[in-house]
Design a protein around this ligand. Structure first.
Ligand code: ZN
Ligand code: ZN
Length: 371
């Protein structure tokens, strides 16, 4: 247990008035919640700030005013039915707040039954259905927090793994499954485009894909500007292409490297232009993996006829499984995944979210939560 008493109010960052006139404010009189059934109260130490939070800012869906879904902290209180085993433990609070898997008397959905609680049709999410991690004390469902971190991993490094890293584990896993189906010879290079390679998710995706399959994947990173170029190349990308050259130029460069186009294109960016370009970069029988979250009414710009004629696969990914989380933490502990982290303060959150909205953030910004 924490030696300090739990306060009744705390500091939090809130999104107010979502939509064109949205603002992000930091307030210091936000009530601290009490854990109910299955719940624990976590005193947060760090929280990552994910690019997907601009959906809440723009009003693209209904979110809690307190967003954030990459929280690391210590359990300071547990609901009556939870028991005391988690008290004092370091835990990770993720986008998946709860899934239907353990609901008493109700059969679990097919995704949960197959071990993919991240695709549960009845899931609830941190920062959406319940307040998120951009506050000092967050409620979490004890059944879905991540525990047992490698002790050598600092909390500010764990934070971006909880959404950014896990999502890219999910995305590279989709590429692996597709490539396994292609019947390529084992010594053939497999070209993987990561579009949006210099952001919080993208650079971890470049690291994971470059390290996968004993280096068999050659990663072409696409993003904009010198900082993102450097991070993409440091993360293991074989080549970097700046998208500001335009679609035709990006396609020309990808084809020059790959011949027919890439085997897989992972669209990490939420920018509509990245989705428009993707079908031009993938070879016949290739796969487009969507990760980014543009506005809900934006449709994928690939014709049904083209999908049929070229035998394209389009698939999406929503974070990853707890097994993938465990594998990712092990990779990080071995130094094979090294998120680029910039630590800032909770007071900086308004500027951080503005930086994400205008695509100015390289790597991941993690907020140190005040004690
Ligand atoms: Zn996220
Ligand atoms: Zn389910």
């Amino acid at each position: 247990m924490s030696s300090l008493p739990i306060p009744t109010v705390q500091t939090a960052a809130l999104i107010e008035n979502p939509g064109p006139n949205a603002s992000v404010v930091v307030r210091d009189s936000v009530p601290v919640a009490k854990p109910g059934p299955n719940e624990i109260l976590v005193k947060l130490e760090y929280s990552g700030v994910c690019g997907s939070e601009i959906r809440a800012l723009n009003g693209w869906g209904v979110y809690n005013p307190i967003v954030g879904h990459e929280g690391v902290g210590t359990v300071v209180q547990a609901g009556d039915d939870v028991g005391s085993s988690l008290l004092g433990q370091r835990v990770g609070v993720k986008w998946l707040y709860s899934a239907c898997g353990d609901a008493a008397g109700v059969p679990a959905c097919s995704a949960c039954c197959r071990g993919f609680a991240n695709n549960c049709s009845r899931q609830t999410n941190t920062g959406r259905h319940v307040p998120g991690t951009l506050q000092q004390y967050v409620l979490a469902d004890a059944r879905f927090v991540t525990t047992n971190f490698p002790p050598t991993l600092p909390s500010e490094v764990v934070a971006p793994l909880l959404c950014a890293g896990l999502t890219m584990m999910g995305a590279v896993g989709k590429v692996d499954a597709h490539v396994a189906s292609l019947n390529e010879s084992a010594n053939e290079d497999v070209w993987v485009v990561v579009s949006g390679s210099g952001g919080g998710l993208g650079h971890i995706g470049v690291q994971l894909a470059s390290a996968a399959k004993a280096g068999r994947y050659k990663v072409i990173a696409i993003d904009h500007g010198e900082a993102k170029k450097q991070l993409s190349l440091e993360s293991g990308a074989h080549n970097f292409i700046d998208y500001t050259g335009g679609d035709d130029e990006v396609e020309r460069q990808v084809k020059a490297l790959t011949g027919e186009g890439a085997h897989a294109v992972i669209v990490v960016s939420g920018a509509e232009a990245a989705f428009r370009t993707a079908p031009r970069l993938v070879r016949n029988m290739g796969v487009i993996v969507t990760v980014g979250l543009p506005a809900a009414d934006f449709m994928l710009p690939v014709s049904a006829a083209l999908c049929s004629a070229r035998s394209l696969t389009v698939t999406g990914v929503a974070v990853g499984t707890e097994d993938q989380m465990t594998q990712l933490l092990a990779l990080a502990a071995e130094g094979k995944v090294t998120p680029k982290v910039e630590v800032r303060t909770l007071a900086d959150v308004p500027g951080i979210i503005e930086g994400l909205r205008t695509d100015k953030v390289t790597g991941r910004i993690v907020v140190k939560i005040p004690e």
